[in-house]
Design a protein around this ligand. Structure first.
Ligand code: COA
Length: 406
């Protein structure tokens, strides 16, 4: 069976931010209920649940995540799985869900990405996130802003760019985030704002960093032709690459082998080139991460990403390939296990033309989502295509059943 025959039929996210009044249960239910009602199918059509989540155990003392959310979403007794791959948990959950459909196990599944981070203190969150690093890194006391700061130092030396060039990424993503009513931060920032924000790990400042965030996102995907609407989005490539956990064991600090490999495979499988991509969500956990991503995904030549960002090559209203129309991790927020699914939801909305104020492309055909775990130990690349079902049957509206929380 070809990858192209898997379609997204429902996609939704909660608001992202410091959601102190919402429990993980409530966030999951909101994202799932909205995705399900958009899909037009009922709970009984969902044959399996995949959950992307990193910190449920360390911050929420709940490790039995698959069953926990299957019960909460009234999906039990369907099979339910928790996928953990640090900040790429969402992308890896989507990859496994796709593979299960390709293997013929199921026709229609839901993928939930969820993280609740802001109820814990900053120190606990920073040390929990470092579970994605290597033993030596943890032992040295370094945190993720520190690891990406080392990458930024290496990149700045190698390609002779300045801190102001890194800041351009944050300026773009906060501009895009200002159109997103679900974003954690909707304010715009200038280069001067970034430069004078507090120094977190040299050369990264507060406004070079993604924040700590709560949020959930959900997709319903299917290969069941009877429920695919005429206009939809198909997933035409889903690839994963890995690398060493430790930064110091890598031959390059200015590129991620995991992401480059996943991108190469994904372009080959999808039969598209970087220049065909109209819109992309990339993993900008720190400003430097987006520059590296733009090069790993071949949107920019090596060493040229900062120049391209500054020229507006990836900015709505200016560029051809719009990058991070949601505001990215920087402005929309980064609830780590939910991010990979939120990226896919964003691309779906951009391709369907349903992104509302944040709609950044017109009549786009190809979209891409790039999700990274740790400092690049794992990366996923998904490619999406706006598709018209030739022989689409009239989509059946099912009554959404069994949802006790309605
Ligand atoms: N961008 C913009 N503003 C931010 C922000 C960010 N990344 N993080 C926090 N803020 C704002 C808060 O909203 C708050 O504003 P207010 O005073 O108007 O309410 C203010 O800055 C202070 O917030 P606080 O939570 O005390 O910040 P902090 O200093 O504890 O944390 C970071 C800042 C950058 C250290 C934290 O956001 C962080 O660790 N980010 C990286 C997370 C990470 O590593 N993720 C995994 C990536 S691989």
């Amino acid at each position: 069976m070809r990858n192209e025959s898997i379609f997204i039929i429902g996609a939704s996210t909660t608001r992202f931010g410091e959601l102190w009044n919402s429990s993980p249960r409530e966030l999951a239910k909101e994202a799932f209920t909205n995705a399900l009602s958009q899909s037009g199918v009922g709970v009984s059509n969902i044959e399996a649940l995949y959950v992307g989540n990193m910190l449920g155990g360390m911050l929420g003392h709940q490790e039995n995540i698959g069953s926990f959310y299957a019960e909460e979403l009234s999906l039990s007794p369907v099979p339910a799985f928790r996928l953990e791959a640090a900040c790429a948990s969402g992308g890896v959950a989507l990859h496994n869900a796709i593979n299960s459909i390709k293997a013929g196990l199921y026709k229609t599944v839901a993928i939930l990405g969820i993280e609740k981070m802001t109820d814990a203190g900053g120190d606990l969150v920073a040390s929990a996130l470092m579970a994605a690093g290597s033993d030596e890194e943890r032992g040295s006391g370094i945190t993720f802003p520190g690891l990406y700061a080392l990458m930024a130092q290496a990149y700045m030396q190698q390609y002779k760019i300045k801190e102001e060039d890194l800041a351009e990424v944050s300026v773009k993503n906060h501009y895009h985030g200002s159109f997103n009513h679900k974003a954690q931060f909707r304010f715009q920032v200038s280069i001067a704002d970034v430069m004078k924000s507090s120094r977190i790990a040299d050369p990264l400042k507060l406004l070079d960093c993604s924040p700590v965030t709560d949020g959930a996102a959900c997709l319903v995907i299917t290969r069941d032709e009877s429920i695919i609407p005429k206009n939809s989005v198909s997933i035409i490539a889903s690839e994963v690459g890995t690398d060493t956990l430790a930064l110091h064991k890598r031959s390059s600090f200015t590129s991620l082998r995991s992401a480059k490999e996943a991108a190469k495979q994904a372009y080959a499988k999808a039969g598209v080139k970087a220049t065909d991509v109209d819109v992309a969500e990339v993993h900008d956990c720190f400003s430097i991460a987006e520059l590296i991503a733009l090069e790993d995904l071949e949107f920019s030549e090596v060493g040229r990403a900062a120049v391209d960002v500054k020229k507006g090559k990836f900015t709505r209203g200016k560029g051809k390939t719009i990058v991070n129309p949601s505001g990215g991790l920087k402005a929309c927020g980064h609830p780590v296990g939910a991010t990979g699914i939120k990226q896919a939801v964003e691309i779906y909305e951009q391709l369907m033309g349903t992104a509302g104020d944040k709609q950044s492309v017109k009549n786009a055909k190809i979209g891409l989502a790039h999700n990274v775990g740790g400092s690049g130990a794992i990366a996923t690349v998904h490619i999406f295509k706006k598709s018209k079902m030739q022989s689409a049957k009239i989509k059946t509206k099912f009554k959404v059943q069994n949802l006790q929380y309605f």
